[in-house]
Design a binder for this molecule. Structure first.
Ligand code: AP5
Ligand code: MG
Length: 214
């Protein structure tokens, strides 16, 4: 299965991708994570992307589609892909169709996480992750079981994203509304969109997604 998780910043795409990787042995392809890795490595792509990401705007279609192409090429053919944060523009949606065909795959489902955008700022400003393994947490909704210790790897080092401040989040929301939401009708016409209530608890959302994939 190859699926897109679609939803605005803070909808839970990364959280639910991690759960799917664990339960269904799928591979998460998060362009945000790929770009943050490039920024950290100070690669040419990372250097170009950093300022754009810090402003909350979208990096170029070419950069992200090339990242997806390279990651699809490296995947085992039988392993399903979860597209997290890609595609985000009409051009990227077209690129994805071409890339899936190139790599002998097809798009099975687009899962839209339906959320109340006003509630998302709190989700995002409360987010942090393990500095060692990347496990995602939230100050109140999803803290580690033992305070200050990662549930997954036991690390005591955590970090917050530089773009997780209120001003940048507003720009990211505007970008979503203007450029990403308009790609949904095209997938609806193909009859492959399912909606899940993204405001439910994390486990409940995971169960709803599971039942769609069953
Ligand atoms: P990206 O990394 O993709 O960020 P985003 O789309 O803004 O989404 P987030 O990662 O903020 O949210 P999420 O939906 O993953 O939520 P999460 O699960 O973490 O992109 C960052 C930047 O990179 C972009 O702004 C752009 O510049 C660039 N970029 C990336 N891809 C691009 C592309 N294709 N084209 C162009 N530019 C691109 O959850 C959030 C928090 O809420 C967590 O703390 C979590 O614990 C908590 N939480 C999750 N689910 C629940 C729940 N059900 N109930 C309560 N709390 C919850
Ligand atoms: Mg994410």
């Amino acid at each position: 299965m190859n699926i897109i998780l679609l939803g605005p910043p803070g909808a839970g795409k990364g959280t639910q991708s991690a759960a799917l990787v664990e339960r269904h042995a799928m591979t998460q392809l998060s362009t945000g994570d790929m770009l943050r890795a490039a920024v950290k490595a100070q690669s040419p792509v990372g250097v170009r992307a950093k300022e754009v990401m810090d402003r909350g705007e979208l990096v170029s279609d070419e950069i992200v589609s090339d990242l997806i192409d390279a990651n699809l090429a490296a995947m085992e053919p039988g392993t399903g892909a979860i597209f997290d944060g890609y595609p985000r523009t009409a051009a990227q949606a077209e690129d994805l169709d071409a890339l899936l065909a190139k790599h002998g795959r097809k798009l099975d489902r687009v899962i839209e996480l339906e959320v109340d955008v006003d509630a998302l700022v709190e989700r995002i400003t409360g987010r942090f992750s393990c500095a060692n393994c990347g496990a995602l947490y939230h100050d109140t909704a999803n803290p580690p079981e033992k305070e200050g210790v990662c549930d997954v790897c036991g690390s005591t080092e955590f970090k917050r994203r530089p773009d997780d401040n209120e001003e940048t989040v507003r720009t990211r929301m505007d970008e979503y509304r203007a450029k990403t939401a308009p790609i949904l009708p095209g997938y609806e016409q193909r009859g492959i969109v399912s909606r899940v209530d993204g405001m439910a608890g994390i486990d409940e959302v995971a169960r709803a997604i599971d039942s769609l994939l069953a």
